[in-house]
Ligand binder design. Structure first.
Ligand code: TSB
Ligand code: ZN
Length: 585
């Protein structure tokens, strides 16, 4: 994706286009006042005070038309220098500009740019004429609080992009459209994977039957994998007493990210934001010998976090989530080995899902120390140990401050969402604090009590975020083992072929495949098209030829080629695709 802010030429052009936009708005709405109109990574915007007027799509079209006229008028864009006094006089009717000017030094030389009847306060530079802003597109309008503060007035923010040629503009708009189609919220709604409803609440998506199939497969996959690697899985309640979170330190350092307290008789409870405290107590329920470690306690665990309403996003950022969590209790001499096991598990899982575009981030404590548990020595030890482990593992990583957990540093796996969010998928974290807080021990070789170290880790992160990511990566065309419907059967003509289609359907269904039979009285081509829209991997088309030869014909999603096979051959083929988690059809 192009970055308009960083590209010097596009930066100037987009800034100039913002002025053309403002000029057009002023022609249509003479009372309009203008706040700022900066270039941003994705183009430009202008914040405009239009009184109570809320702009619509139709208004944007009208504004675009006037902008085109201004472009045609080929107005020269001229720079002018002013003293502060002159500037205040020139913009005396615009309170926003007066505020900007008043913030400038007394002896500052103020520049403004004039194009025809329109003049705007601006540092520049700009292109030489409005003619150069020919290839633009206004993208959307939204409300934006003055200075981003919800106590202030709501302004109208118009977004746009501008290029110096038609091809670049068209390519960019196509790319934006593709991104929109890849957005998991759109795919999730179209493919009936999840839904949201304001009556349930913000950030609280509900998984529909198709989504539930995907989730169940993911759950089985990761739990089986972890059991094979020596994890013990548990079930614990989704809430706990406030005292539990006071003991763990969440109350001091994480309270703002939690739902508020529920009072029950004399007791106080919270919905849990993390599962560590419960797992610490499970560890503590037994006496452990040094020989028993590592002990790995895993859970598909439900958590609740107060995410800002503006930040929640489909399944990617939710307020109620299910973590693929585990806490690993290890001896100090086992930290390196166990940490590498987790990293290898991440790499192994990513191979199964064909995830290749990600970065490892070493997430460290930041300068705002009160957010983190206060013990410099502990932090230095943990951060250095983690850095050493990563160097030994020979994986590439970058470091980021102020991204650690309150209890310790993390290795996070960062991916980009379709709309450009940088999000954490997997995480593996080193913690010397919670074992201390919960007074955890094991008995060492000399028969003495010793503290274990805890590694917190989530491989799929949450099932919610992982599913959002998978949908975007695959554009909704999931591999066969995850596809909610794997096969769709279409009889060429119900009258002659439905009986055979039913026979094939029953056979495959009994084998455990997820399959539908489209026996509606619709045209075959219409049904095939629907099968494609639903992103079903295999569409079987059964007519005379298939019935008479006792074969099946199939089309893979996205292909016009029809192949035929005996049913047993077909079953072998797809069973193998499922077993090997084959990614490409
Ligand atoms: C790994 N205590 C640890 C745990 O033991 C923990 O909670 N770590 S976490 O805070 O980083 O969360 C684990 C994972 O949950 C993150 O890596 C991320 O993938 C996912 N996650 C975090 N917040 C959200 C959210 N609001 N919506 C969806 N997924 C989330
Ligand atoms: Zn944890």
């Amino acid at each position: 994706m192009i970055n308009f802010k960083e590209d010097e030429k596009l930066n100037v052009l987009n800034h100039s286009c913002a002025h053309v936009l403002a000029q057009a708005v002023k022609r249509l709405y003479p009372d309009a006042c203008f706040w700022v109109g900066p270039v941003i990574d994705s183009g430009f915007y202008y914040d405009i005070d239009l009184g109570d007027k809320k702009l619509t799509e139709d208004d944007l079209n009208e504004i675009s038309k006037v902008m085109k006229r201004i472009v045609k008028e080929d107005k020269l864009i001229k720079r002018e220098e002013l003293t502060k006094e002159k500037a205040l006089e020139l913009f005396k009717n615009d309170p926003y500009k007066i505020e900007l000017i008043n913030n400038m030094d007394e002896d500052a030389i103020i520049t403004c740019y004039r194009q025809g009847e329109f003049v705007d306060l601006c540092r520049g530079p700009h292109v030489s004429s409005t003619k150069k802003c020919k290839y633009f597109k206004l993208l959307k309008v939204s409300g934006a609080y003055y200075k981003g503060d919800s106590k202030n007035k709501m302004l109208q923010r118009i977004y746009g992009v501008c290029f110096d040629n038609e091809t670049d503009l068209e390519n960019h708009l196509n790319e934006l459209e593709e991104t929109k189609q890849r957005d998991h919220r759109k795919l999730g709604a179209n493919l009936k994977i999840f839904m949201t409803n304001d009556l349930v609440g913000k950030g609280l998506p509900m998984w529909l039957p198709n989504g539930a199939v995907i989730r169940r497969e993911l759950e089985r996959y990761i739990v089986d994998k972890e059991l094979a690697l020596g994890y013990d899985h548990v079930y614990t309640p989704s809430l706990g007493s406030v005292d539990l979170y006071k003991t763990s330190g969440h109350w001091d350092h994480y309270k703002d990210d939690m739902f508020p307290v529920m009072k029950l008789d004399e007791e106080e409870y919270v919905l849990r934001p993390m599962n560590c405290p419960h797992h610490m107590l499970i560890y503590k329920n037994d006496i452990h010998s040094y020989k028993d470690l590592p002990i790995r306690i895993g859970e598909l665990a439900h958590d609740f976090r107060y995410e800002a309403s503006g930040a929640v996003c489909g399944l990617e950022r939710v307020r109620a989530m299910c973590q693929n969590d585990a806490h690993l209790f290890v001896r100090l001499d086992q930290v390196g080995e166990e940490f590498s096991r987790v990293v290898n598990l991440i790499l192994d899982v990513y191979k199964d899902f064909n995830i290749t575009d990600y970065k490892f981030r070493l997430s460290l404590r930041g300068k705002e120390k009160e957010k983190y548990y206060d013990n410099d020595e502990m932090w230095d030890k943990a951060e250095n140990m983690l850095r050493d482990v990563l160097k030994k593992l020979n994986i590439e990583f970058y470091e980021a401050e102020d991204e650690a957990a309150f209890y310790g540093p993390k290795l996070d796996v960062q991916v980009k969402s379709a709309i450009g969010h940088d999000v954490t998928l997997s995480t593996c974290q080193l913690d010397f604090l919670l074992p201390e807080k919960f007074d955890l021990n094991y008995i060492n070789e000399e028969g003495k009590k010793q503290r274990p170290v805890v590694i917190h880790r989530a491989i799929l992160g949450t099932l919610d975020r992982f599913t959002a990511f998978l949908l975007e990566e695959t554009k909704g065309l999931l591999p066969l083992w995850l596809a909610p419907i794997q096969i769709n059967i279409i009889p060429v003509n119900n009258e002659y072929h439905l009986e055979y289609a039913k026979e094939i359907y029953e056979g495959l269904k009994n084998k455990g495949f997820r399959i539908t039979l489209d026996d509606r009285d619709e045209k075959m081509n219409y049904k095939i098209r629907e099968s494609v829209i639903k992103k079903i991997p295999y569409t079987l088309i059964l007519g005379n030829k298939e019935r008479d030869s006792k074969k099946i014909s199939y089309r893979l999603h996205g292909s016009d080629i029809t192949k035929d096979m005996y049913i047993d051959e077909f079953i072998d083929k797809i069973e193998n695709d499922i077993k090997t988690k084959k990614y490409k059809y």
